[in-house]
Design a protein around this ligand. Structure first.
Ligand SMILES: [Zn+2]
Length: 321
């Protein structure tokens, strides 16, 4: 699987890379304008120099690829980020928002960009903050989903929505209008059924929750060691734009730097938990003793740190299947 995925990306034509324009359709997204290389590296909208009223917002990555960012629920503000690809024969959406009202916001934002209908929705993360609004997608869209995520959603109240979904265990490629789309499973990461969506002509890779941009590694349902390998694969694909499922959309080189920063954060968090485990520190004490260093200031560190310790301990103890 890994070899095929990498080869697919190596054949991306550099000649067809669309010039990246960091423009916004709202006109209010300061920090993503001309000085994009100097944007504050943070998931916090206020530290970023934005106002809460700037959200939700749509960002234009290239001529026909956009992201949509709305706030995750909870007091600590950070975005849940979706991607959509507009073609002459319909729209592909990667991930939804966390409630029907919020996903309706995404659907309405797409309708402002194009009269084309949404034809495909890729469920890259089966978690509720990306799927609980799926009732707002038009009836008749085709869902793409990993079998592991399908099994999880089959236990939910709206399982029937996914009965005709296309299952993607490894890789699935299709063409819509003039655009080829590749959907990849890069390995178990944040959910176990993590899918990524590539627009190979434009070297764009939406990583959903495999990439949490400046958000502390969230491990409630994660596979820590395998997540690191999935990030290795994502980086080896050498996309020009990597899009995170939480945290801000970054453009070009900044997106690659931030993916590397996230990879480093995940390595550091796992290493700290393993260090405590190897010293025989009981899990409850490890939670108190953990030293997250620079990552202690990342969004969700206080709530996700203890969860990360428990999950890595479970992995070390052979409890993750
Ligand atoms: Zn999420």
């Amino acid at each position: 699987m890994r070899q095929r995925a990498i080869i697919a990306f190596l054949v991306w034509s550099t000649a067809s890379i669309v010039a990246l324009r960091a423009q916004t359709t709202t006109g209010t997204a300061r920090g993503d304008g001309v000085l994009r290389n100097s944007v504050p590296r943070t998931a916090d909208p206020i530290k970023r120099g934005l106002k809460l009223t700037d959200f939700p917002r749509t960002l234009k990555l290239t001529d026909n690829v956009y992201t949509y960012e709305d706030f995750h629920s909870g007091d600590e503000k950070f975005t849940t980020t979706n991607m959509f690809v507009v073609t002459g024969d319909g729209v592909v959406v990667a991930d939804g928002q966390g409630s029907p009202a919020e996903t309706k916001g995404l659907v309405d934002a797409i309708a402002k960009i194009t009269p084309q209908p949404i034809k495909y929705v890729v469920i890259c993360s089966d978690h509720g903050d990306h799927t609980a609004g799926n009732a707002s997608f038009p009836a008749g869209v085709t869902y793409l989903i990993h079998p592991t995520s399908k099994a999880i959603l089959d236990r939910s109240a709206d399982a029937s929505r996914y009965k005709d979904a296309i299952l993607v265990a490894d890789r699935y490629s299709f063409t819509l209008g003039f655009e080829s789309i590749d959907v990849f499973f890069l390995g178990r990461a944040h959910t176990g059924g993590d899918l990524s969506v590539a627009v190979p002509r434009q070297k764009i890779l939406f990583l959903s929750e495999t990439f949490l941009n400046r958000v502390f590694p969230a491990m409630r349902s994660a596979y820590p060691a395998e997540w690191l390998k999935a990030l290795d694969k994502a980086e080896s694909m050498r996309a020009d734009i990597y899009v995170a499922g939480h945290g801000f959309t970054e453009f070009g080189p900044v997106s690659r730097e931030e993916l590397a920063a996230y990879h480093k954060a995940l390595q550091a968090v796992i290493a700290e938990a393993r260090r405590l485990h190897s010293q025989g520190v009981p899990v409850d004490d490890a939670i108190k003793q953990a030293n997250w260093g620079e990552y202690a200031t990342w969004t969700l560190a206080s709530s996700q740190g203890p969860i990360a310790i428990r999950r890595v301990y479970d992995e070390m103890d052979g409890k993750l299947k």
